[in-house]
Design a binder for this molecule. Structure first.
Ligand code: FUL
Length: 506
């Protein structure tokens, strides 16, 4: 209130007083701009608030379910008879999300329209939808409604995949499609909940299709066709925290569907609307914050359910976890419901096992039990400090930082007795940008002789989160724990003073 008042006075004085008295007012302005908390300057680009919340979701499910589930296809042509969508029971998003939650996932995204254009809700934009089917359970289906309700009950985040490409629509490729079909469908979906965390807009766009019976090939200009700025505005007005993935330009594809991200990976990127460029690595001096999401499957076949498919082993899924969430990306793991509209028992089982594995391996954090010291600590502000202990307090708004003169520094963790150690989790305070370029992890029994850990794993970037398996293997990370009384994390290079928010040791 007081500062506000001062500023008003300064502004008024500017027009009425002579230059000398204007000069006299200036220090007041400077005081407003000063940095009493001695907060480090951000390294741009920095994430938008909605991107930060999105990043914290970390691990979430993908549900590919729809017409393809019944036609045994991955990409429907768009000419499928609506009656072919014939669930043998009412689709049960509550069952899907309960299983996802058991694996430690924090949310999920449901496909509600794939490239074949078949809509899993009673949209006003087309008759190519579940409620047109003669199957009783199909007519009861409303995936966005039931999915959002279930997520809210389970305290999970939720969002929808709606394919921009529509092989059914006669309008696809014309302006009418974007205005009267696609944007309206997105607006309809936005109404199923204002707290959606992500909308998924796939990059497969244009080609052949049914197109209302006209057939042929329709190509579009991906940079301009979907009127993305308008799309973002429309969705954000209703769902302010909803990150628009892919075509939407707020989060990028990681560049593969195998469940890994680069060991060196920057959230900054250069291109907003063609996010697949450099997906796996990002760009060190990119101008735009465009974090990576890794989409992968729990099954050994396609995105949709197929007879005879099997689920990957827990160890393989844990490897994916380390190579995506542990490498500054989020992981969206696909769990395909079958023709009953529920997840098969084998998938449910595996998710339970994975949850148990995560609790065993990454559940007992030893860092808060250690004494933490730093090579250098940034001078404290009036109400703010940058102490080493901030990395173990579990708070998102505190962090360890060095003074601006240093782009390096180390944190040392000391236990009373030797510990069996396997994983180190590091997190930067990315509100101030992604900064760290390289680091080293070492352990010691006596505090004098140090051994570098992590084998051949590249200890370069950190970003939102990095998990280093100390034995150097993401494939077989749980074997051969390191015995140590001391563990030291040294930031060897950073774009500016490092700002480390969190360290966990398991
Ligand atoms: C791809 C699509 O073409 C696939 O069918 C699937 O939906 C996957 C997640 O994205 O690009």
């Amino acid at each position: 209130m007081k500062l506000h008042h001062t500023l008003l006075l300064s502004a008024a004085s500017f027009f009425t007083l002579n230059p000398a008295s204007v000069q006299a007012q200036l220090p007041l302005v400077n005081e407003v701009l000063s940095n009493p908390q001695n907060e480090p300057a951000p390294v741009h680009p920095v994430p938008a608030p909605r991107q930060l919340k999105w990043q914290e979701t970390e691990f979430y499910a993908f549900f590919h379910y729809g017409m393809n589930t019944y036609t045994n296809k991955e990409w429907g042509f768009g000419n499928e008879d609506v009656n072919m969508f014939a669930p043998t029971a009412k689709p049960d998003p509550m069952q899907w999300l309960t299983a996802a939650k058991s694996a430690g996932m924090k949310g999920g995204i449901a496909v509600v329209k794939h490239h074949d254009g078949f809509c899993l809700w009673d949209t006003e934009t087309t008759d190519h939808k579940c409620t047109s089917s003669n199957n009783e359970f199909a007519r009861q289906t409303n995936i966005p409604r039931d999915f959002a309700d279930a997520a809210k009950q389970l305290d999970l985040k939720y969002g929808f995949y709606i394919s921009p490409w529509d092989r059914n629509s006669a309008h696809y490729g014309t302006d009418t499609y974007v205005k009267d079909v696609f944007l309206r469908q997105c607006a309809e979906l936005a109404k199923y909940g204002t707290d959606q965390f992500e909308m998924w807009f796939d990059g497969a766009n244009g080609g052949d299709g049914y197109y209302g019976g006209k057939g042929g090939i329709r190509n579009i200009d991906r940079e301009t066709y979907y009127d993305v700025p308008n799309l973002r505005d429309t969705v954000h007005k209703v769902c302010p925290d909803c990150v628009l993935w892919g075509v939407g330009g707020e989060a990028r594809w990681i560049g593969n569907e195998e469940g890994y991200s680069g060991e060196t990976i920057w959230s900054p990127e250069n291109r907003g609307f063609a996010p697949e460029s450099n997906g796996t690595r990002g760009t060190i001096d990119g101008w735009f914050w465009l974090p990576g999401e890794s989409d992968a499957k729990i099954t050994n076949r396609g995105w949709f359910w197929h007879e005879g498919e099997s689920v990957l082993s827990c160890e393989r899924l844990f490897q994916m976890y380390l190579e995506t969430i542990g490498r500054n990306a989020t992981l969206i793991l696909n769990l395909p419901p079958d023709r009953s509209g529920s997840l098969p028992e084998a998938t449910v089982q595996r998710l339970n096992e994975l949850g148990a594995m995560l609790r065993t391996r990454l559940g007992n954090n030893l860092a808060p039990k250690a004494k933490v010291t730093a090579s250098e600590v940034r001078k404290a502000g009036k109400k703010r400090n940058f102490k080493a202990r901030n990395v173990i307090d579990g708070k998102k708004n505190t962090y360890w930082a060095t003074n601006d003169a240093y782009n390096n520094g180390s944190l040392t963790f000391t236990w009373r007795k030797p510990q069996a150690l396997r994983y180190v989790v590091l997190q930067e305070h990315i509100r101030l940008g992604q900064r760290v370029k390289s680091f080293v992890i070492e352990t010691s029994m006596d505090g004098k002789q140090w051994t570098r850990q992590g084998g051949e794993v590249k200890t370069t970037t950190i970003g939102y989160k990095r998990i280093i398996p100390l034995n150097g293997s993401t494939k077989n990370s749980y074997t051969d724990p390191v015995q140590a009384k001391y563990l030291r994390v040294t930031i060897t290079d950073s774009k500016a003073c490092p700002t480390i928010e969190n360290v966990e040791i398991y």
